[in-house]
Each structure stands twice: as structure tokens, then as C-alpha cells.
Design a protein around this ligand. Structure first.
Ligand SMILES: [Zn+2]
Length: 420
């Protein structure tokens, strides 16, 4: 396939080049060449009025919770979970998980996201939805034993079973991850076993970390250590560790993260909504971005997340230099890819990488006048992309979902409302 005469290509390569009026030649799902007057292949797409950006990466989601949009908007994390979320989640079976995740993939695709890093239940069903959507993802079965040692082994066994389901799909777009919930809900024993499982299969270890002050205080009181120090002592933050939220860190913890090249996933909207605090992103060397679930956000639009994220940093530090516009865009593209260990395959538009591309109408009202593309994308664009391609296949074409009937799905999900 040839994307001909792309008006702008926001490459996100090493030099952060923005190319003009170039063709992108795609073969076998990969970018074969970027240049002028490239040879015509079977399919040619005129991109003379398009801006092409790398597919965005949402590094922290609970996709199936799209079923719970708007059920609880005015409580802090603990009350929100205990009173409004956990009782409803108990009703989400495998089929509901499938439908909820499919709905989430539609929302992500229609706002330019091509890859997500998810933790939830019924992971085999989440994987089926991801497979149908065409998206890339990392999927983990949430583990928590609530310090009940009778539950620990079952949690691990169940997670391992779900990993097998994902592996059995033999779909290279869908990768398993290990996802203990947090230090608030996982015993030392479960955390150690999570680490062993991650090592056994060489997988990403993704968990919530230092989201609230309460989490830090409980951990200090009950275990004598702050959450990150506990995880370090148990050996979790070596290798492929990625922590979601990462708000309440002291200097020692920040140094530890930076020394270990550990990524923190910044979730500005969710953190603000639940009044959890603001991630000290300026002090962290390795940062990617996520939306968290629709129940705490209340959408999965990374363009909105980027804008709010960069502004919130400036408020936190009362300093316009607290975060650059380019850094927040990086966090949703190449740095997201790095955080998930897939930077050789995606996160930028470069020869040899997979064709994970988002096409945006250059004439979109929010993108004109075009003094600065990155500025417009971060601060002004509302996320209504025109086309999305993953591994060279369109998942969105002319603002429509390609792989399933979204209208039908919305109707189905609307009928689930009475369950919750
Ligand atoms: Zn979360």
C-alpha cells in the first residue's frame, strides 16, 4: 500500500522530524520506504490533505470498565472502589467483559490509539475483543489476595491460566503481562509470586503504584516501608516493571526509579478526578501516559489526556517549564512504546517499523491555522481522527470502525445498563 503525498508526517524519530509532502510505502505491515514519487502498489491512498502521526499508546487501561461510564463521579478512590465500583464489577462476567472491551477499543481507535496496556479480569475474553478490533495490546489478569494466604496460590494459578489463553491465540498483536493489583491488595507472597511468574515467561510486570497517600501510609504502618521500597526489596522493579499513577514518591524513590530506568504511567485525568494527587513527572526520567478506566476518566481520548497532563504539571510546579509540549506528545508515542518494550516495532514513523499510523484531516477546524502541528495536536485537537492503521491494516476508515458494527454494539451495551 502507498500513502501518497502525505501533507505532514509527524515522525517522532530521534530528531523529531516533521516531513512534508512525502509518500509512505507499506509492505507486509511494515514501513518499507518514506520518500518522493515512490512506486505505485496495489492500493494507493491520497494523503495530500492528511497529517500522519504514529499510533498513540495508552499505557494504563481497564478497558472493560467502559460499561461503567458515569456511574460514580464524586468520590475519592477508596469510596469510589468500595461503594460504587467493586459491587458493580462483581457482575461483569466473561461475555460482558468482551462487550465492554470491544466498546473501549472502538473509542480508542476513533481517537487515534493503536495499542493499550490493560489489566482486568476474564483476560481471555478481553483478548477476544482485542483480536476482533485489530488493536495491539498487553493484557494482564488482575491478581489480589487481600492478604488472605488461602487465596494467593489460586490468584497465581488463575493468572497463569489466562496467560495460556492469550498465548494460545497465537496473535502477535496480543501479548500477556503480569498484573498484581497494588500493594494495598497484594500480600508479599503474592508480589513475590507475581515477580516469579513475570520472570518465568519474561513478561512485563504492570501494577498500580503509590496512587494515594493512604496507600503509602498503610504500607508504612503495616509493612514498615513505602510501596516502591517494598517492591524493590521484594525484587519487583528490576527488569520489565511499569508502575501506574506514581504520585506519592519521596526523593529516594524518585532516584530509585530513575536509576532503574523504570517507567511511570502518568494518568492525569483519573488522578485529578479521584483527587489522588499529581504525578511528579518533572522529576521522573521515564514517563508514559494512560487514561486509566472510563469509570475514573471518563473517556479514553489520549488527546484530551495529553492536554490536561501537560497543563496539570504546570499547575503543580507553578512553572511553565515543568513539562514541554513535546514531552507529553512523546509520552503517548515513542516513550509509551519504550515503556512497553516495543520501541523497535512502533511508537514512531520510521523505515522498518510496523505501519501503526493515524491519519488526521489537515483541514480539521481545531488544526488551523497550522503554526505548530505538535501544539495543535496537544492543545487544540479533539481527537476525531479520520483513519487508523495497525500493522498496515485499516481498523478505522473514514471515521468508521472497520472490524465490527459499532452501532449494534452501542445498542447492546445500552441494554446492559440495567444490570449495573
Ligand atoms: Zn488503574
Amino acid at each position: 500500500m502507498l500513502l501518497r503525498n502525505c501533507r505532514f508526517i509527524v515522525t517522532q524519530n530521534e530528531k523529531r522530524e516533521i516531513l512534508e509532502n512525502k509518500d509512505i510505502l507499506i509492505e507486509n505491515g511494515k514501513i518499507l520506504e518514506i520518500g518522493n514519487n515512490l512506486s505505485k502498489k496495489d492500493e494507493v491512498v491520497d494523503c495530500s490533505d492528511k497529517i500522519i502521526i504514529p499510533g498513540l499508546i495508552n499505557s494504563h487501561t481497564h478497558a472493560a470498565m467502559n460499561l461503567l461510564r458515569g456511574v460514580s463521579d464524586d468520590k475519592n478512590l477508596q469510596e469510589w472502589l468500595n461503594e460504587d465500583i467493586w459491587p458493580r464489577e462483581a457482575k461483569i462476567n466473561g461475555e460482558l467483559c468482551y462487550q465492554g472491551t470491544l466498546l473501549a477499543t472502538a473509542e480508542m481507535l476513533l481517537t487515534g490509539t493503536t495499542c493499550f496496556n490493560d489489566m482486568y479480569f476474564h483476560t481471555g475474553d478481553v483478548a477476544r475483543a482485542a483480536e476482533k478490533s485489530g488493536m495491539k495490546c498487553f493484557l494482564g489478569q488482575v491478581m489480589h489476595d487481600f492478604f488472605d494466604e488461602d487465596k494467593t496460590d489460586d490468584e497465581v494459578k488463575n493468572a497463569e491460566k489466562e496467560i495460556t489463553k492469550i498465548v494460545d491465540l497465537k496473535n502477535e498483536r496480543i501479548k500477556p503481562a503480569i498484573t498484581p493489583h497494588s500493594v494495598e491488595t497484594c500480600s508479599d507472597e503474592l508480589l513475590i509470586k507475581s515477580k516469579e511468574l513475570a520472570n518465568k515467561y519474561n513478561l512485563l510486570l504492570h501494577m498500580h503504584l503509590s496512587e494515594t497517600e493512604k496507600e503509602v501510609n498503610d504500607c508504612l504502618k503495616n509493612r514498615g516501608k513505602r510501596p516502591l521500597i517494598l517492591l524493590d526489596n521484594l525484587g519487583l522493579i528490576k527488569n520489565k516493571f511499569i508502575g501506574a499513577h506514581g504520585i506519592h514518591f519521596n526523593e529516594e524513590e524518585i532516584n530509585l526509579l530513575n536509576k532503574n530506568n523504570s517507567f511511570i504511567i502518568y494518568n492525569p485525568c483519573s488522578n485529578a478526578k479521584l483527587a489522588s494527587g499529581i504525578c511528579p513527572a518533572r522529576e521522573l526520567n521515564y514517563l508514559c501516559i494512560g487514561t486509566d478506566s472510563v469509570a475514573s476518566n471518563n473517556n479514553l481520548n489520549l488527546f484530551e489526556e495529553m492536554k490536561f497532563g501537560v497543563l496539570l504539571q504546570r499547575v503543580k510546579y507553578n512553572d511553565v517549564g515543568a513539562m514541554s509540549t513535546q514531552r507529553i506528545f512523546d509520552s503517548a508515542t515513542i516513550e509509551g512504546a519504550r515503556a512497553l518494550g516495543i520501541e523497535k516495532e512502533t511508537g514512531s514513523i520510521e523505515i522498518g517499523k510496523k505501519a501503526d499510523l493515524v491519519l488526521i484531516d489537515k483541514n480539521n477546524i481545531f488544526l488551523n491555522p497550522n503554526h505548530n502541528i505538535i501544539s495543535n495536536l496537544v492543545y487544540s485537537f479533539n481527537g476525531t481522527v479520520s483513519d487508523v492503521m495497525i500493522n498496515g491494516n485499516f481498523s478505522v476508515r473514514n471515521k468508521e470502525i472497520v472490524n465490527f458494527d459499532l452501532g449494534e454494539l452501542i445498542e447492546k451495551v445500552e441494554n446492559f445498563r440495567e444490570l449495573f
